[in-house]
Every structure is written in structure tokens, then in C-alpha cells.
Design a protein around this ligand. Sequence first.
Ligand SMILES: Nc1ncnc2c1ncn2[C@@H]1O[C@H](COP(=O)(O)OP(=O)(O)OP(=O)(O)O)[C@@H](O)[C@H]1O
Ligand SMILES: [Mg+2]
Length: 293
Amino acid sequence: MTAETACAEPAPLGSESDLFPIRVRGLKNVFGPHTVHENLDLDVRKGEILGVVGGSGTGKSVLMRSIIGLQIPEAGEIEVLGSPITDARDDDDIDIRCRWGILFQGGALFSTLTVAENVEVPLREFYPEIDDELRHEIARYKVLLSGLPAEATSKYPSELSGGMKKRAGLARALALDPELLFLDEPTAGLDPIGAAAFDQLIRSLQQTLGLTVFLITHDLDTLYEICDRVAVIADKRVIAVGTIPELLATDHPWIKDYFNGPRGRAALAANERQDRHGGAAIPAPLGIAAEQA
Ligand SMILES: Nc1ncnc2c1ncn2[C@@H]1O[C@H](COP(=O)(O)OP(=O)(O)OP(=O)(O)O)[C@@H](O)[C@H]1O
Ligand SMILES: [Mg+2]
């Protein structure tokens, strides 16, 4: 099997939205003289973790912002969960917005709110009818689900380690029981043990909650560990989508350099070692404990 490439004719929108919760066709994004995307197509399959990679500045975050309606494209069509996306701030899109959760690059927690209050923000926005007690209870549950101790609920972001902030951001992203989870560089800045623990958390949440995950990352370990497929952005579009072996079979120089460079080889070796030992190289509880220490 070969990786799908942008040369293949993409299926029209409006069909098979139950199989592909995110579909992008002919996307174009321009900032002044700078064209970031041109003719970008992408299909995300239901229930997969799709890794999105590309050099810095190739437009990964802008693609995510376009999909969630925060970036109005110059041209193209985007369909999420069968609905066309235009401007997510419009009330029309409110049904869609409460069906996804987002962990932005950098976390974007409100610094003047505690962890629990941060998680309560989307609950207040989308479900104002929920009473205080139930809202606190839901927030507490999401915090625990994200691997934080109960004491973290009353802490402010400035009192948290980097890994704990990521988990708090994840708890907020899960607040509304989303079907889609968008993660922008979730393991950036974490130590390797914390990053591995976070990867396992994402995988286990994806499986237990049946999530479809759009995961932007530079972390090769994350790609090998938890991504079902990987989409590569280069030359202003998605140049290939597939499993890592499928991508390695393509002859695009950026893909070859990325996966065959020293870091790519190290990630592959670690992944093979782990496969031989039949399980996670680093048990999650140790990772969580180390990260919270
Ligand atoms: N609001 C904006 N105004 C002007 N230019 C922007 C804006 N947002 C993004 N860009 C530009 O678009 C390009 C793509 O940005 P983007 O943040 O999507 O890159 P990225 O692939 O996520 O990079 P990184 O891996 O460093 O996070 C960059 O050149 C960036 O400067
Ligand atoms: Mg980015």
C-alpha cells in the first residue's frame, strides 16, 4: 500500500461524513504577500489519531484554526461532522463547536482562573442551565480523567508544572465530551518521561472515549507511539497521508529526511524495542508521578 498523495482525486464533500468527520478541500490561506496554504486537501477518518507534521511555519496551526473556524480562508471548503465550517463565532455553528475540544499550542489556560474554573468555562458557555454543583462535579471528573490529582482543581496555572498545565488544558478540551479532539503540540516542552506519559494518556482516552484526534506534533516518538496515520504538510499543501511505513515508501525528500534523520531513527529504534518487549516502555503511573513531582 502506498501513502495517499495530494495528486489523488479527493472525494466530493457532502458524502461519507460519518466516515470522515473532518474534510478539507482546496484550502487557501494567505497573509499579506505570504501564501501559507494552496489547494490543500485532507480527510480525517473517524476514530483515528491523525498526526500532522511539517516544518515550522508550514501552516499546521493555521490549518487547525481553519478547521475550527477561527481562520477564515481565502478559498476552499471545510466540512466538520457533516457541517460546512465558515466562522465558528457565528451562532449557527454552536452545535458543532460543542462537539470538539481543543488544546492550543501553549495551553492557553486563563491565568486568573483555577484549573477547575478553566474547565468550567466551556460548560458555562454552552450549558448555562447546569447548576453550580453539577458543573463543579463535571470539572472535577475531567481533571481526574486527565491524570491530575484532585488537589490540582484549586490550583492556578502559575502553580503547575508544564506537564500539569498540559493535562489541565486537556481536561478543559474534554469538558463537553467531544467527539473530536484537536491537539497542537501537546508534548512540546515536556521531558521525555512526561511526554511518553502524555502520549499514553491521549491513546487511552481516545480508545475509551472513542475520539477522533487531530494531533499536530514535531515529536517523532508521539508519531510512532500513538498515531494511526500521519499527514505531511509541505509545499503549501498536504503532500502525503499514511502510516509511517507507507510514508517511508514515498520519495519526497522532506519525508525521507524527517523520518530517516537521527531523531527519526532513534524514535523507530525505541518503538521497535518496545514492540519486542510487548508494551509501554515507560509505565504511565511512573511518568505521571515524575511529571507532577
Ligand atoms: N494571524 C496571522 N497573521 C499573519 N501571519 C500569520 C498569522 N498566523 C500565522 N501566520 C503565518 O502563517 C505561517 C504558518 O503559521 P503556523 O503558526 O500555522 O505555522 P506552524 O506550522 O504551526 O509552525 P510551528 O511548527 O512553528 O508551530 C507562518 O509564516 C506565520 O507567520
Ligand atoms: Mg504551530
